[in-house]
Write a protein that binds this ligand. Structure first.
Ligand SMILES: C[S@@+](CC[C@H](N)C(=O)[O-])C[C@H]1O[C@@H](n2cnc3c(N)ncnc32)[C@H](O)[C@@H]1O
Length: 242
């Protein structure tokens, strides 16, 4: 599917809506889509790819299908095995401190992890460290003011995280998976863009909405509006030669 296009965005959105009942289908589609985005900037065949916070491993499997040597690093055993299987060669490891030497990856990939770490700056620095000079960094996250910012409590997080959690509990009879300040953090687009642009070890190749069908790179340039309309920020960074 062409990216960006209305057809692609609708297909991704439908798959997302059906994620609770058809998770495999949803994540396989998302993985194919993300691998295609990576390949626009860096060939995957023969590349060493590091997938940080890769959960059940759909992205790693797609990178391998495309000829990459892909390694999955995931700190949470429950996430890793949530699909009823443990992805081959997965490593239980935290993205803050990867068991990798400097510059060992051609591509360092992280999808929807940044909003789950309490120190995003350190997380990004570790991604940069393990990427070789000239290598690619794919970093995508859902920002707090996105309509999906509150995750399963969205869009009620706009009324406050606590209120949204209480409402979720009332409606479902159980606690939401995510708690703001524990395993979900309010990451914003403006400050994140400023942080990566201020770094002298990476160049920003693309800063766009990951899923938008039209002009996905334009919305991220409009302060204020971008915090609500981007939904999910995708940053493609090139590690500068040292
Ligand atoms: C929403 S899931 C995303 C999974 C997958 N990357 C995707 O896009 O579908 C967030 C993942 O981030 C992982 N995570 C949370 N804190 C992390 C950390 N400090 N280092 C690496 N991964 C982390 C979680 O365990 C979880 O698997």
């Amino acid at each position: 599917m062409r990216d960006p296009s209305l057809r692609r965005s609708l297909a991704l959105f439908r798959a997302f809506l059906r994620e609770p009942s058809e998770p495999e289908r949803c994540y396989e589609l998302l993985a194919r889509d993300a691998a295609g985005q990576v390949e626009r900037f860096q060939p995957l065949r023969g590349a060493t790819v590091v997938d940080i916070g890769g959960g059940t491993g759909h992205f790693t499997e797609e990178f391998r299908r495309r000829g990459a040597q892909s390694f999955l690093f995931e700190p949470d055993l429950a996430e890793l095995t949530a699909g009823g299987r443990r992805p081959e060669g997965a490593v239980l490891a935290d993205g803050y401190l990867l068991p990798l030497s400097d510059g060992s990856a051609d591509v360092c990939f992280s999808s929807n992890v940044l909003e789950h770490v309490w120190d995003p700056v350190t997380f990004v620095s570790e991604m940069v460290r393990v990427t070789r000079p000239g290598g690619l960094i794919y970093l995508s996250f859902t920002n707090w003011y996105s309509p999906w910012g509150g995750h399963e409590t969205a869009p009620w997080h706009y009324l406050g995280a606590e209120r949204a959690r209480a409402r979720y509990r009332r409606r479902t009879g159980h606690d939401a998976k995510h708690t703001l300040g524990e395993n979900l953090f309010a990451v914003h687009i403006g400050p994140t863009l400023r942080q990566v642009r201020a770094r002298d070890d990476v160049r920003v190749l693309s800063a766009r909405s990951r899923y938008w069908p039209f002009l996905p790179g334009v919305i991220t340039r409009v302060p204020g509006l971008r915090e609500f309309a981007t939904w999910n920020l995708l940053l493609i960074l090139r590690r500068c030669p040292s």
